[in-house]
Design a protein around this ligand. Structure first.
Ligand code: ADP
Length: 436
């Protein structure tokens, strides 16, 4: 594309350079002739002055001597004509000047007699070549006025060739240099949007490919995660149905497992639905007013029995009157996930501290536990879907592996930032920073 534009503009500019060169040749030929003509004028005046001076000094040099001298000096043909058109001397004819015809009808002569100076550009009748003629009247001696004529041979085709080659070469070189610079500049500018579009398309395709891979991996993970409890449920159901001699205690244990696995299946499906709802982009953080302390209070009330079962105490500290815009159900969901995790990954007789404070335009909500902590090397992957540091502990605690992925999604919905601090064996703190 760039090459084509470059080629087009180069050829357009080249054509115009050639046209300009040819036009300029015609102008330069006529300006060349003008220039020569004025040189001849100056020369004829110079000759006249010099002869007049000699006349005043009373010279008796013959006119033919002047003609020969000035012709040698200037390289021009010099002719002296009296006011009746009779030739007085001529540098080309030499001694045979008397044979020359009367010049009384020559254009430059007539003009010089009339106005003092005259010029003409024509073929010489005497010599048969093209000449540029300039004539100047010399009437220093009123008794014998005469006309000094200076002639120069002009070969127009020579001038044309000479000038044409020069001007074509110069203008072509300038034109080509200019063309290259302009073409490079414009082709770059013209193709920039296309190149940008290409770049954007490549990026979008790359993003789509990545998104598709992530989606495929998610589907594979979901299938696997759903299958595990389902296999377990079907297995126990079949055992109970087939084995009629099963004792009541064993049967109750199996039924408990079935109930736990069903609950896990339910939670998994709930979490997957939440994630797909948020990811579909259908969900916007529809503005509602969230009373932060009140919302957290409600979550704590729901989770207190769970925490008590685990022997974990929940403590809540907050500054009064904190409000922000957003979807209150989503906010509570995020808090529930963080507090549940803090309880799940803490041992009995420990405390989970929940704080909400307003600071310099931000509301910082944090959930801090005294639990098992998170190894440094896993910090990066915590918010990935189905990532668990300790799979068996997560499963034993009823985790789906989606809790923090949901927290991350909801934080993005609120345009909030998440910070995690953790020390292995000492505890973890998750802080979400909202714009108030
Ligand atoms: P899960 O359902 O397994 O808890 P999450 O997405 O909520 O899934 O968390 C991912 C993993 O991060 C957990 O499996 C656990 O290993 C780790 N984790 C989350 N919160 C805590 C915490 N408060 N203390 C220690 N580990 C945690």
């Amino acid at each position: 594309m760039r090459k084509r534009i470059l080629l087009y503009s180069l050829s357009i500019i080249l054509v115009s350079v050639l046209v300009t060169a040819f036009v300029s040749v015609f102008f330069s030929v006529s300006s060349y002739l003008d220039e020569k003509e004025s040189t001849l004028y100056a020369y004829s005046r110079l000759i006249n002055e010099s002869i007049s001076d000699d006349f005043r000094a009373g010279t008796d040099r013959p006119m033919s001597a002047y003609a020969a001298d000035f012709s040698r000096e200037s390289g021009c043909r010099i002719t002296f004509i009296d006011r009746d058109g009779v030739i007085l001397a001529d540098s080309e004819a030499g001694d045979a000047y008397g044979d020359m015809e009367n010049h009384g009808d020559r254009e430059e002569f007539l003009e010089a007699i009339r106005t003092g100076v005259g010029g003409s550009d024509r073929e010489s009748e005497t010599l048969g070549k093209e000449y540029l003629y300039v004539a100047a009247l010399n009437d220093a001696d009123p008794q014998r006025p005469f006309v000094t004529r200076v002639a120069m041979e002009v070969d127009k085709s020579d001038i044309v060739m000479d000038q044409a080659i020069k001007s074509t070469l110069i203008s072509s070189l300038i034109g080509i240099a200019l063309a290259v610079v302009l073409a490079l500049f414009y082709s770059k500018r013209l193709t920039r949007p296309i190149r940008e579009m290409e770049g954007r398309l490549t990026r979008t395709m790359e993003e789509n490919r990545k998104a598709e891979n992530i989606r495929r991996e998610f589907v594979a993970n979901v299938t696997h995660e759903l299958k595990t409890p389902l296999t377990s449920i079907t297995g126990f159901v079949e055992t109970i149905r087939d084995d009629k001699r099963i004792d009541e205690r064993t049967r109750d244990r199996f039924l408990d497992i079935i109930s736990i696995e069903s609950a896990r299946l339910g939670r998994l499906i709930d979490d997957i639905l939440i994630i797909s709802d948020i990811e579909s982009g259908r969900e916007t953080n529809t503005a509602g007013d969230i009373d932060v302390a009140e919302a957290i209070g409600e979550v704590i009330a729901i989770l207190t029995p769970v925490a008590e079962d685990a022997g974990v105490a929940l403590r809540f500290d907050y500054s009064y009157e904190m409000h922000m815009g957003g979807n209150s159900d989503r906010f509570k969901q995020m808090m529930a996930n963080l507090i549940e995790n803090a309880v799940k990954y803490s041992d009995a007789d420990s405390v989970v501290w929940i704080t909400a404070v307003k600071q310099e335009g931000f509301i910082r909500v944090s959930v801090k536990d005294e639990g098992i902590g998170i190894p440094e090397e896993h910090m990066d992957r915590l918010f990935e879907r189905f990532f668990r540091v300790d799979k068996s502990r997560s499963k034993a605690a009823g985790g789906t592996g989606l809790g923090l992925a949901i927290v991350k999604h909801i934080a993005a919905l609120f345009d909030a930032k998440i910070e995690v601090e953790s020390a292995l064996g000492k505890g973890s703190a998750f802080t979400v920073i909202f714009k108030a």
